[in-house]
Design a protein around this ligand. Structure first.
Ligand code: NAD
Length: 439
């Protein structure tokens, strides 16, 4: 049975109001819980909890109307114990330093769980990209890249796309860094367009990985793919590719949603038709879709529909103590980072609902980012087939490792994943001579 997460009274936890703060608080709690089970000393525990470096930026951007807007930006390098810091950056109005700290911490544990030679980082700019022109986004990205230039590099910190950032954003970011340094640096950023040194299969990687882990989990539960009913919240880079891959394996997608609302059809949605609708408008939103027998539902309703697998693939803090009692899924696969709060985790465990944690479920993106980085360093190209084969193998191995650890230590899948990851990072801290004694 899952051990309960406990707050330790002697060290203050971060203030918890906004979803971003909850994410940070939960990341800290998961690390503390793993340290307690692993009997790691308090100094090492603190070292693993705390971010190594953080940068807060004020970014002046000339807008199309000639005014100058100031945006708040961040980059947090949580850990570089196992290798250069790795993690995406997002553009979203709700970005806060606490959110970025929590996301950076998750990257450390995700990379360690997958045994990638990386630490963890994350970045973000508080802005609303849906209200900015392409020129303004290009300028903002270049201003952000110039500010980060002294702190990033192929062996220091390697950014990538996240919420509301994409291949084009990475292309602008790369171009600005290369202009600054006067050298080509294809390994300084991942998630780039193929023509600029990107990798085959990077765009689909996170969603493909989420789908792969979902299939492994359904198989473990004895649910045939042809009978599986799946709900996906969020229809962006991760949610969309997850749906495409699961439909390809014969699963029934009964509901999808994005920021404009949700669509539900218990008999299965017509994904091809929905795709045509998305392609017909520049914002690529589900809103306005009319087709098959899809009912229009709210984002709240999407999370509590009856299904076999619920895949939150939008933002953090979606399943909380307020709605965890109403979830009707057999398993939740965390496509997004931190979509299930620790309070909800407890409720779901009591109700026998399995949660496959983000640091395992959505690791496909950083795995293929690693392949892209290797290709950039070596000046080589992998085929799509090689990328997919290697990705599936690494995810299967991590999944089996986590399941075996959960069985052996009688803990949840999330705790097992954190035990493996924290043990690996703590060992490196000890080898580097940074801890008081062995772990
Ligand atoms: P994205 O910007 O491409 O898509 C986000 C999607 O969520 C959009 O469809 C948006 O409309 C939707 N959304 C936003 N608010 C919503 C709400 N309240 N209800 C329903 N839908 C909502 O971002 P993405 O890259 O797909 O990232 C999604 C999540 O996956 C984030 O948590 C991100 O950190 C995580 N993640 C992304 C990657 C990656 O490679 N892109 C890798 C690992 C984890």
């Amino acid at each position: 049975m899952a051990t309960q997460l406990r707050e330790r009274p002697d060290v203050a936890l971060p203030h918890t109001t906004a979803a971003g703060s909850d994410l940070l608080r939960d990341a800290v709690l998961h690390v503390r819980e793993a340290c307690r089970i692993l009997e790691i000393d308090p100094t090492t525990e603190r070292l693993l909890e705390m971010p190594e470096r953080e940068l807060t930026l004020t970014l002046p951007v000339e807008m199309d109307d000639g005014s100058v807007a100031l945006f708040q930006g961040y980059r947090v390098q949580h850990s570089r114990l196992r290798g250069p810091a790795k993690g995406g950056f997002r553009y979203h109005p709700d970005v806060t330093l606490d959110e970025v700290r929590g996301l950076a911490s998750l990257m450390t544990w995700k990379c360690a769980l997958l045994d990638l030679p990386y630490g963890g980082a994350k970045g973000g700019v508080a802005c609303d990209p849906s209200r900015m022109s392409t020129r303004e986004l290009n300028t903002l990205t270049r201003v952000y890249a110039r500010a980060l230039a002294p702190l990033v590099g192929p062996h220091v910190d390697i950014p990538a796309p996240d919420v509301n950032t994409n291949e084009q954003t990475m292309a602008w970011f790369l171009d600005e860094l290369e202009r600054q340094s006067g050298t080509f640096q294809p390994a300084v950023v991942t998630g780039k367009p193929l023509e600029l040194g990107g990798s085959a299969g990077r765009g689909e990687a996170t969603g493909r990985g989420v789908a792969h882990i979902t299939r492994l989990m359904l198989d473990r539960l004895g649910i045939p793919l042809s009978e599986a009913r799946i709900v996906v919240q969020g229809f962006g880079k991760v949610g969309y590719e997850t749906v495409v891959s699961l439909v390809g394996s014969g699963c029934r997608i009964v509901a999808v949603s994005d920021v404009s609302g949700g669509l539900y059809n218990p008999a299965g949605l017509d994904i091809e038709r929905i795709d045509l609708h998305l392609r017909s408008q520049p914002q690529r939103l589900l809103g306005g879709y009319s087709g098959d027998d899809a009912q229009i539902i709210s984002n709240e309703q999407v999370l509590t529909l009856p299904c076999d697998a619920l895949i939150p693939a939008a933002l953090e803090g979606q399943i909380t103590s307020a709605n965890a009692h109403q979830v009707q899924a057999r398993v939740i696969v965390e496509g997004a980072n931190g979509p299930v709060t620790s309070e909800a985790d407890r409720v779901l465990a009591e109700r026998g609902i399995i949660v496959v944690p983000d640091i395992l479920a959505n690791a496909g993106g950083v795995v293929v980012s690693y392949f892209e980085w290797l290709q950039g360093l070596q000046g080589r190209r992998w085929t799509l087939e090689a990328v997919r084969t290697e990705l599936d193998a690494m995810l299967t191995s991590a999944f089996e490792h986590v399941v075996a650890r959960a069985d052996r230590s009688e803990v949840s899948l999330r705790q097992a994943a954190f035990l493996i990851a924290v043990e690996r990072v703590a060992r490196v801290a000890r080898l580097r001579g940074l801890t008081p004694q062995g772990v």
